[in-house]
Design a protein around this ligand. Structure first.
Ligand SMILES: [Zn+2]
Length: 170
């Protein structure tokens, strides 16, 4: 069993190698029958008995046909092809637009929440700035009024008392 399989595989390899080596522009090179005609008779017999080699032969013939067509002439896209491409493009554009719209719709949906959030942030920031400023004013003025206190000491009544008490103490 396995020997027959290996033998068949070897034959397949030989067949495929010979097939690949066939000239591209040989007589009737673009059809399976034309390719077969160029093969040695024993390989021709193998193609008839081996389905995988037969399909490989068909594939190669098809490939060469396409290659010939492409090389020989510039392929013009048919109207059906153009219509299909245009439809595909339009579908894609619509999808993109929908995605965009979806994005903006979701933005619009969360916009009120964003506004509230921004307002809260502003409020917090304002309060914080106010607190900081008040803290500044709270700590600095302690020194400044003290300066003023000493400068205007004679005219301020409480200071008179202090001076009086100091004098009394002496
Ligand atoms: Zn084969």
């Amino acid at each position: 069993m396995s020997e027959i399989g290996t033998g068949a595989n070897l034959k397949c390899e030989e067949f495929l190698d010979t097939l690949e080596g066939l000239p591209l522009n040989g007589p009737g090179g673009a059809t399976a029958a034309g390719l077969l005609r160029q093969l040695p008779s024993e390989l021709r017999g193998h193609a008839a008995s081996c389905s995988s080699c037969e399909s490989a032969l068909d594939d190669l013939a098809e490939t060469r046909r396409v290659l010939r067509t492409t090389a020989g002439e510039v392929l013009e896209p048919g109207p059906f092809f153009i219509r299909r491409v245009m439809t595909a493009i339009r579908l894609e554009e619509a999808e993109l637009e929908e995605e965009n719209n979806g994005f903006w719709i979701s933005i619009r949906r969360i916009a009120p929440r964003l506004a509230v959030f921004a307002a809260v942030l502003l409020l917090l920031g304002g309060t914080w700035a106010f607190e900081v400023r008040r803290a500044d004013h709270g700590s600095m003025p302690v020194v400044r009024p003290a300066d003023g206190l000493f400068e205007s000491a004679p005219s301020a009544p409480p200071n008179d008392d202090i001076i009086a008490s100091v004098n009394e103490g002496r």
